[in-house]
Design a protein around this ligand. Structure first.
Ligand SMILES: Cc1cc2nc3c(=O)[nH]c(=O)nc-3n(C[C@H](O)[C@H](O)[C@H](O)COP(=O)(O)OP(=O)(O)OC[C@H]3O[C@@H](n4cnc5c(N)ncnc54)[C@H](O)[C@@H]3O)c2cc1C
Length: 401
């Protein structure tokens, strides 16, 4: 008899806590799902670490929010996301969003640049197109090659991520939801009632939502499934302004995405200086594969990704010291097509999976949480979820059943 079996056997029925839905993972996606659930249901949110923590993907002070996407399904969801973020701000009386605009920087020939631009035009989203000369006049501290143009998504800005996560968890509790943090889920028994065993308790519910970020496949192993997910260690660097305030939020400097300068490279993105005065956050939109439990192991070699950002900044953001002042870590969980997974477990329809947010999921959490809530209570989802189905990976799914 293994640890979980003996724990279950020992548990007297009165010790098992019953809920309508259990959510595993109190990152932004699980927390938002639990919040939506708590309006009508008895919900439990479990996390392996004591909250707040910085070992997953949702920590840190800021994230970019934008409508400029190269896939219509996300732009469509963003309309409601903006409303729900605003509603959350009002409900909690907290500032969670600051409008800064977002510059998309790329060449007119680049298909991604073109499709981000056309999404803005087609959806009549307030925007402006700028040539590299116009951009230099407006933002003299940016030095782009002549062939690069810019599109300014005026609706975009910064989300205060840590504050948003705490706000949503506080509201969940206020609505009667239960959070059990510092409890790692070690066993899941599917069935019409799903039984979840943690390191300290046993819980049962009519449905289960798994939003475990980089640990998703470790948990899915317990229910016989492996998804084609890669977990990447992202190096988050802050760069010092040579003249403080040059790229400051208070001086109106926007967020930016610099579309790949080279076909072998990924994007760079940045947010104006805000959380650490005099320092701006600029990152590379990729990283090296890592086991989530080993993300913070110190590496001897300086990261190649830091060098890529440093080279980019030396050329195009000359007002920054090209040596990072602060280096932190975060994780992406990426799918092969960079689209999310929002679906039922193929064999157990009352187990719902929200995963693979591929480095762009924070802004979309209000709608992700809404549809995961709908799936878990058997309601028709408010959005067309076909781009997010597990079925699309038919050829690289590993069923352990
Ligand atoms: C550097 C960086 C920059 C980013 N920038 C942006 C941006 O500008 N805009 C944007 O929209 N998105 C951005 N993202 C992406 C966004 O932050 C993520 O998509 C989002 O935070 C994913 O949240 P999650 O809830 O899925 O995962 P997580 O936050 O990782 O949460 C998963 C949780 O599950 C818990 N868990 C796992 N296993 C167990 C278990 N066995 N038992 C109990 N609990 C468990 C973990 O402890 C964790 O708390 C960025 C991400 C990074 C890393």
């Amino acid at each position: 008899m293994n640890f979980c079996q003996s724990q279950r056997k020992m548990a007297d029925r009165s010790m098992i806590n019953d809920f309508d839905t259990i959510v595993i993972g109190a990152g932004i996606q699980g927390s938002y799902t639990a919040y939506h659930l708590s309006k009508n249901k008895k919900a439990l949110l479990i996390d392996q670490f004591a909250l707040p923590h910085s070992r997953g993907s949702s920590h840190g002070q800021t994230r970019i929010i934008r409508k400029s996407y190269n896939k219509a399904c996300y732009t469509e969801m963003m309309t409601e996301c903006y409303q729900l973020w605003k509603q959350l701000e009002a409900e909690a009386n907290a500032e969670l969003f600051r409008q800064t605009g977002l510059l998309v920087l790329g060449t007119e020939e680049d298909p991604e640049f073109q499709s981000m631009k056309s999404t803005l035009v087609v959806n009549k989203i307030p925007m402006e197109s700028l040539t590299s000369e116009e951009l230099s006049r407006r933002f003299p501290a940016v030095n782009l090659p002549k062939e690069v143009s810019a599109v300014l998504d005026k609706t975009a800005g910064t989300l205060y991520a840590d504050r948003a996560l705490k706000t949503i968890q506080d509201l969940f509790r206020r609505l009667g939801g239960t959070i059990r943090d510092g409890e790692q889920v070690v066993d899941i028994q599917p069935g019409s009632l799903v039984t979840v065993t943690t390191t300290t308790g046993i819980y049962r519910a009519k449905s289960l939502v798994i939003t475990a970020g980089p640990w998703t496949n470790k948990l899915l192993k317990l229910v016989g499934l492996q998804l084609p997910l890669k977990t990447l260690r992202i190096v988050v660097c802050y760069w010092k302004e040579k003249v403080p305030g040059t790229y400051g939020i208070s001086k109106g400097f926007p967020c930016f995405i610099r579309i790949s300068r080279d076909t072998n490279q990924h994007h760079f993105y940045g947010l104006p200086s805000n959380e650490y005065p005099g320092l701006i956050k600029v990152c590379y939109h990729s990283g090296s594969g890592v086991d989530p439990d080993e993300r913070d192991v110190i590496f001897q070699q300086p990261s190649q990704d830091v060098k890529l950002v440093s080279d980019f900044l030396s050329e195009e953001f000359p007002g920054l010291d090209p040596k990072p002042s602060i280096v932190e870590y975060c994780m992406y969980t990426v799918t092969p097509d960079q689209d999310f997974i929002l679906d039922h477990h193929p064999e157990h329809s009352n187990i719902i999976i929200g995963a693979g947010f591929s480095g762009h999921g924070f802004k979309l959490a209000p709608v992700v949480g809404k549809v995961l809530c709908e799936l878990s209570i058997g309601k028709k989802p408010s959005y067309n979820l076909s781009p997010f189905k597990i079925q699309r990976f038919q050829n690289n799914l590993k069923s352990l059943l």
